[in-house]
Ligand binder design. Structure first.
Ligand code: E4P
Length: 215
């Protein structure tokens, strides 16, 4: 399973890269708004830093606007994946972009039928938002399980990119189910490393090490 970082912060991206946990990056307008520099420069720097796919999101809502934006976005690097919202107009844009061999990530997916439609249109990635589904009392990972089953039934090649990840269980379950990618915010990624038994185990090892005779 690939790990993408859900961030537009170069510091976070470099830190994840140093840990060997950076297979790609996803951004969105909210993440871009947290950076203080001009977004063109941010996007360009991210694409240069990251070896894998970088999702950059359009903000237009008609296919025409999305395609015009995509034309500019792909100039940031060969690894750009154009992120398109799950709309009827979005599907039109997905099809047109895929015909030009441009990779597309269909975002804001909240139920399996949306994912199937995005795959039919030719999306490279589809992003079900598990945390936001959980937050309104749904079961985000059940949605992912259904999407994976549908894609396997019909041998659809669209990759399932689990997004809106909030906790380690989302990632563990995604890996067990065989999801292709998870995209994780840096703060959540750091939490995954932690375990109280790791901390207490290390503490006692270090304490005992002090008792070891040393010359
Ligand atoms: C991923 O590509 C999305 O931009 C992201 O996971 C959104 O998640 P949120 O619910 O944390 O905003």
């Amino acid at each position: 399973m690939k790990f993408f970082l859900d961030s537009a912060s170069l510091d976070e991206i470099r830190a994840a890269k140093d840990m060997g946990l950076l297979d790609g990056v996803t951004t969105n307008p909210t993440l871009m708004s947290k950076e203080k520099s001009d977004w063109h420069k941010v996007a360009e720097a991210i694409c240069r830093e990251v070896d894998g796919p970088v999702s950059l999101e359009v903000v237009g809502t008609t296919a025409e606007q999305m395609l015009a934006e995509a034309k500019e976005l792909v100039k940031y690097g060969p690894n750009v994946v154009v992120k398109i919202p799950m709309l009827l107009e979005g599907l039109k844009a997905v099809r047109a972009l895929r015909e030009q061999d441009i990779d597309v990530n269909v975002t804001l997916v909240f139920q399996p039928l949306q994912a199937l439609m995005a795959a039919k249109a030719g999306a490279t990635f589809v992003s079900p938002f598990v945390g936001r589904v959980d937050a309104i009392g749904g079961d985000g990972m059940a949605m992912v399980e259904e999407i994976l089953a549908i894609f396997r039934n019909y041998d659809l090649r669209t990759q399932v990119l689990v997004a809106s990840v909030r906790n380690p269980l989302h990632v563990v379950r995604a890996a067990i189910m065989g999801a292709d990618v998870v995209t994780v915010p840096f703060a959540v990624l750091k939490d995954f490393v932690k375990h109280p038994l790791t901390d207490s185990g290390l503490e006692s090892f270090l304490k005992d090490w002090e008792k070891v005779p040393k010359s």
